[in-house]
Design a protein around this ligand. Sequence first.
Ligand code: SAH
Ligand code: SF4
Length: 352
Amino acid sequence: MKSLIDKLEKNTVLSKEEYAFLIENFDGEISEYLFEKARNVRIKNYGRDVYIRGLIEFTSYCKNNCLYCGLRCGNRNAERYRLSKSEILSCCEKGYALGFRTFVLQGGEDPYFTDERMLDIIKSIKSGYPDCALTLSVGEKSYESYKAYFDAGADRYLLRHETADNEHYAKLHPKEMSALNRKRCLEDLKNIGYQVGCGFMVGSPYQTAENLADDMIYIKELQPQMVGIGPFISQHDTPFADKKNGTLELTLFMLGLLRLTLPYALIPATTALGTIDALGREKGILAGANVVMPNLSPSDVRKKYLLYDNKICTGDEAAECRKCLEMRMKAIGYDIAVSRGDCLNFKNSERK
Ligand code: SAH
Ligand code: SF4
């Protein structure tokens, strides 16, 4: 197995069979071997900087019904909220003062936020904070909508592909949704000129080692600037309430494989990882991740954005989260950077 890790380090890719073999057979020793290499690659390219992204969860309404997610429209127990434009801008103001230079607007697919409303919000953020990057994560849209958001100033887009396998995708989503459309969206976003992020849940129901190997191959082909992965965590009001959570060990192992597969990618140590283990985010950084995404949403709405159970930091203020992360990163020898933190291998010809 060590020779496969060496091969991945050297070639930055393996065959599907080789990825699957590692995923099926890894243990603690091989993980440590992988993490050391992944850390070295990360430090060579990005030093010991950890980029921070201020996450603004601006709506918990969603018209979709993904089986795993607590915000699914079928969840009648979910409390719903929307932030107004001025509330969103005051999150940015607070975040800017705390050193954030990237804001991420994330939400369910909420029809209230028409293109017209989104464009107004995007333009206001970009004119108020011209030195900041704006990332959107609002699901599947048409090419025209994505293009309009980009022309209004949005820089990056996060849309996890969730799983590259069509059949597995169909087990996680209602029949109106498809892996094909998800991939179409990611292609459109790339063609328009966004810095693009895909990703998947580790240990989602029915997932096999082959599925994860397919995800690695898909990601290698897509060449995204960002990849977000975190463990699946069950949510009590969804059809997957009784399904097992993804594990810390496999999530960290996948992070290490990702770092060697995409040496320049921006890879977050996610909140979900911090939820399944008290030191999950630190362990994620030590396995090759280089981004953290603390919450800037107002504290009174945080408990209503529950994609999964036991989510951390739902009672904290933005300033507390920022401080807490700074200490956590310092404790493992890493530093939070006040920077947009763009991907080093992204050449943007359209934007000056
Ligand atoms: N509506 C947008 C953005 C919000 S959901 C979208 O779907 O893209 C953001 C991500 O949360 C999803 O891509 C999914 O991978 C993750 N997520 C949802 N439910 C989850 C759960 N139960 N456990 C772990 N991650 C989950
Ligand atoms: Fe909506 Fe995103 Fe949750 Fe699916 S994962 S139900 S699109 S918020």
